[in-house]
Write a protein that binds this ligand. Structure first.
Ligand code: ATP
Ligand code: MG
Ligand code: MG
Ligand code: MG
Length: 471
């Protein structure tokens, strides 16, 4: 019986505790005091002040399993074996304490001795100029030189906007030929899913001021990140992260609700995986107090939820289904995130309201979009007018990326400039008439007001009675 996801999370944290680390709870998905980031996208993001020396960490060695959202990966979801918009990142961190030697040694020890992965399938990579890291892998760890890959800035220099950054050393696992793209040059670093990147060890020693000026940080740090779902995928020897124990339970639930089987039709599988992924993002985001709205984080949530609704429709699911799926998310993850269970009722309420809202207009919107497409075909047009795209957005609640995705499936696009212009015009017009959502005709929901309040501190769990306030 291979290790389950919840077990692997525990094993990782306990391993680094045994190496003197303080295990800290995952931070919220909502960044604290960090305007450069909409949502937490890595284990290091909430720890930035400890890296820069701005704040004193509770201990110089810390380990976490951090919930992450990467909407930038949304197009990959369902198509690759390894990308979710939501995932958990395991990490060990050193704030001016240990450096490359220990980080490399412990990552290898964890993978090969604790988890028991075959060392012959693991391949490290280093930043092209980083001879020090190369030597550690080669001399100290005994990895033959030809198994260590040197990559450039693109892959092996970690930075996200401004702040702490540095060269990194990543660990890949060869899952075997059957997962390869079959191209002649397919090897470590190939974008296909054969050599899966599992762990990134960042030697964070520089600060980027945001304009490409690098200075030495006052201390040398270690920041590592390993996707828990990817680790589980390899340990459980399954095709993709959608086949690991917790994700499979959720995926099976989507199959049950839709009466569809997994692994028969490619398009169906993509939709099954999209719903499986997005409901995780949605559940975790709401549990961190994010509410659907028309801007910022709230809009990310709204887009993910509505995209899940549409893929549910594609799968033939009738009526509301997201709350039911959220129960399975909570069941699978409450071990690591007890807050899910605690905030269950709140999560269900928020999801139910937003789904019901969209359900009122989605069928009509889809029908109208189909009419628009037919009209375009008749006229030999490939680009939906900005006006029509805006109508779908404004009257039927279609986030523009949803419209865009549906068009794309037919080889069509929309007029981006025209859409923005229509949006601007409406904004100008509605100035002064604050308070109405044109697609429901109702007052600005309590969601929007709360989203604004969220900028400071979230107090909604106790102060809200959804049924009386949200329409
Ligand atoms: P990839 O090249 O596969 O997109 P990455 O280089 O963007 O991954 P990092 O930014 O180095 O990823 O993040 C550290 C680790 O987090 C990765 O090695 C991987 O295990 C995990 N990870 C990154 N993005 C995702 C995702 N979208 N879904 C699941 N796990 C992820
Ligand atoms: Mg990536
Ligand atoms: Mg990568
Ligand atoms: Mg990486």
């Amino acid at each position: 019986q291979p290790y389950g996801v919840n077990q692997l999370r525990k094993m990782f944290l306990e391993f680094f505790e045994s190496k003197g680390h303080l295990a800290m709870k995952s931070f919220s998905l909502v960044p604290h005091n960090d305007k450069s980031l909409l949502l937490i996208n890595s284990g290091m993001a909430p720890l930035k002040p400890y890296f820069t020396g701005q704040e004193i960490p509770p201990r110089r060695r810390v380990t976490t399993c951090q919930k992450c959202i990467r909407t930038g990966d949304i197009e990959n979801v369902g198509k690759t074996a390894r990308h979710g918009t939501f995932f958990e990142m395991l990490g060990n961190f050193s704030f001016g304490d240990y450096f490359k030697n220990e980080a490399i040694e412990w990552s290898w020890e964890f993978l090969t001795e604790v988890v028991g992965l075959d060392p012959n399938r693991l391949y490290p990579s280093v930043y092209e100029d980083d001879d020090e890291a190369f030597e550690i892998w080669n001399k100290k760890m005994g990895i033959p030189a030809e198994r260590i890959f040197r990559f450039g800035k693109e892959d092996n220099f970690w930075e996200h906007g401004s702040g702490p950054c540095g060269p990194c050393s990543e660990i890949y696992y060869d899952r075997g030929e059957k997962y390869g793209c079959g191209e002649p040059g397919c090897t470590v670093g190939c974008e296909c899913d054969r050599y899966m990147e599992i762990w990134n060890n960042v030697f964070s020693q520089f600060n980027n001021d945001g304009h490409g000026n690098y200075t030495d940080l006052i201390q040398k740090n270690i920041d590592t990140g390993m996707g828990l779902e990817r680790l589980a995928c390899i340990v459980q020897d399954v095709d993709s992260m959608f086949d690991i124990d917790t994700m499979k339970a959720l995926r099976d639930h989507v199959c049950n609700l839709s009466g569809k089987q997994y692994g028969i039709d490619h398009e169906t599988d993509v939709s099954l995986r999209v719903v499986t992924d997005h409901i995780r993002s949605v559940t975790f985001m709401v549990s961190d107090g994010i509410l659907p709205s028309n801007s910022g984080r709230g809009y990310v949530l709204r887009r993910l939820l509505r995209r899940a609704c549409r893929h549910g429709k594609l799968l033939g699911i009738d009526g509301a289904f997201l709350v039911e799926l959220a129960t399975t998310v909570i069941e699978g993850s409450k071990d690591g995130y007890p807050e899910l269970e605690e905030k269950k009722e709140f999560i269900f309420n928020v999801i139910a309201k937003e789904e019901a809202n969209f359900n009122k207009t989605i069928d009509q919107g889809l029908a109208i979009l189909a009419d628009m497409e037919a009209e375009m075909e008749k006229n030999g047009e490939k680009v939906l007018s900005g006006e029509n795209a805006f109508k779908l957005y404004d009257t039927y609640g279609f986030p523009i990326d949803l419209t865009s995705e549906i068009l794309e499936e037919k080889g069509l696009t929309y007029d981006e400039e025209g859409f923005k212009k229509a949006q601007e015009e409406q904004r100008a017009k509605s100035e002064g008439t604050f308070g109405t959502h044109s697609y429901t005709g109702k007052e600005v929901s309590v969601y929007d007001q709360l989203d604004a309040a969220l900028e400071t501190e979230f107090v909604g769990y106790d102060n809200l009675t959804f049924d009386s306030k949200v329409t």
